[in-house]
Design a protein around this ligand. Structure first.
Ligand SMILES: Nc1ncnc2c1ncn2[C@@H]1O[C@H](COP(=O)(O)OP(=O)(O)OP(=O)(O)O)[C@@H](O)[C@H]1O
Length: 321
């Protein structure tokens, strides 16, 4: 195990921010800490980094008890949302920085930095200054710099959070490919469930300072531990007292066995998908269908339909919680 966090509690003043948090991060994995704002993600990452001390509990890194070690002695690399580059140094020198202070031979530094710049696709930018890079390029430089000293663990706190949606998407794919090449154990913080699902091997869902669930993207999406996780990981709607994914619902113009009667209130066409909005017993619900299926049904507002979760659907009973 690359990182073992055990029974960590942390409060700021009287506010508990991490409550009995225990997680294992496998060597070579890419793990997302996912959750709503204020849930404790950054604090947990900072506890792993050694930038915050837990009130109780321990952090082991590569089998060594790191709980009382300074950040410098933990052999971790970090990248934050707003990366503080040395403005007066070129991209090359920024990446070389950690190696220069470790007094590595010049030729070795040059070789390593050029390899890293190639890895992050910035080899053409070596002589530029940070101000001459785009936001996405600057974050890639930050990653190269964090990797330069060969950390055992790479910690990323919303590394693409300040970038626009398009660049963010590109960098996600890029981070996944980079990780497949380098295999350094990586933990990254995100509040974006799509980003976590697309990039991570393992997702740790953190809310209110507690670990709600740990699992692969498919596990947390398809088998959420509770209604909170189900809601946080993707769209949900309520049918017959159950929480269901809107794409897991069968809709029919005719009554179906085990179906619930609903009235169509609106039909919204969103490109390939169609969202059929419904009223069921005075409550709103919705079903997601494909455009061709919607056309086949020929629904219009005011129609009465029958809805039911399809046989393989995961549903969570709301009354039981
Ligand atoms: N240094 C600090 N002093 C006091 N309170 C803090 C400190 N750092 C964080 N907090 C509080 O701890 C809680 C958790 O913050 P944290 O940044 O860990 O959450 P987060 O899940 O990363 O949220 P976000 O996505 O908004 O950064 C918040 O209520 C925050 O206000």
């Amino acid at each position: 195990m690359a990182i073992e966090v055990r029974d960590v509690n942390k409060s700021f003043g009287t506010t508990p921010v991490l409550r009995d948090v225990s997680i294992d991060v496998e060597s070579g994995s890419l793990t997302a800490l996912l959750g709503p704002s204020g849930g404790g993600k950054s604090t947990l990452l900072r506890v792993i980094a050694g930038l915050e001390q837990p009130d109780t509990g321990t952090v082991h890194i590569s089998g060594v008890d790191a709980t009382r070690l300074s950040p410098q002695r933990r052999n971790v690399g970090f990248v934050f949302q707003h990366y503080a580059a040395f403005k007066h140094l070129t991209v090359f020198r920024n990446v070389a920085f950690g190696l220069e202070i470790r007094k590595r031979p010049k030729a070795d530094i040059r070789k390593r930095v050029m390899e890293l710049l190639e890895l992050v696709h910035l080899e053409q930018m070596a002589d530029r200054y940070p101000a001459q890079l785009s936001g996405g390029q600057r974050q890639r430089m930050a990653l190269a710099r964090a990797l330069a000293v060969e950390p055992e663990v790479l910690l990323l706190d919303e590394p693409f959070g300040a970038l626009d949606a398009q660049v963010r998407k590109e960098l996600r794919t890029w981070l996944r490919r980079l990780h497949d090449e380098v295999h350094v154990t990586t933990v990254f913080v995100t509040h974006d469930q799509e980003e976590a699902i697309e990039v991570a091997d393992t997702i740790v869902v953190l809310a209110g300072g507690r670990v709600e669930q740990v699992g692969s993207p498919a596990e947390v999406y398809d088998n959420p531990a509770n209604p909170f996780v189900m809601r946080f990981l993707g769209p949900v709607t309520e049918i017959g007292g159950n929480l269901v994914r809107p794409h897991d619902i069968e809709i029919s113009a005719d009554p179906q066995e085990g179906g619930t009667a609903a009235t169509v209130s609106r039909i919204v066409r969103l490109g390939f998908e169609v969202r059929v909005e419904l009223r069921i017993d005075g409550k709103d619900a919705w079903v997601q269908v494909t455009r061709s299926f919607a056309d086949q049904l020929g629904l219009k507002p005011g129609d009465t339909v029958s809805v039911r979760p399809n046989p393989g659907a995961r549903s969570l009973a709301l009354a039981a919680v």
